[in-house]
Ligand binder design. Sequence first.
Ligand SMILES: [Zn+2]
Length: 132
Amino acid sequence: MKITESKIIPKKLRDFILEVCNEKKIEVPNLKFPNARRTTYTTDDQLIKIGKYYREAGGKILTYAVLHELTHHIVDQTKMEYPEMVKNHGEEFSNTLFDLARRYYKNPKYYGWKRDYVSVRKAYEKRIKEVK
Ligand SMILES: [Zn+2]
């Protein structure tokens, strides 16, 4: 199933994903809800898997998880920089997530930076100072 077809994903977020993917001329990612706790993105099938915890939490928590995995999809499908950096939540990943969060929430501070990887959070803290 395409992520934009899932009613579990908030409508605002589905519309946002469609808009961003159209703009970047990439496919809308696929979506599965496995029983595993973790949330992942895999390149070959352009698949976002949202773990049980995030699905059940819904709302803000689910949105953070989707935006994080959507960032992997965008960085991957637009082939920015080095793939190994992508996997490691490097600079390109952090910058792309920052831009997505800014656009989705209007202010990037509303994304769950505290819940994300240390490297991503640090990149946010550095960039938010530059933006102000
Ligand atoms: Zn990740």
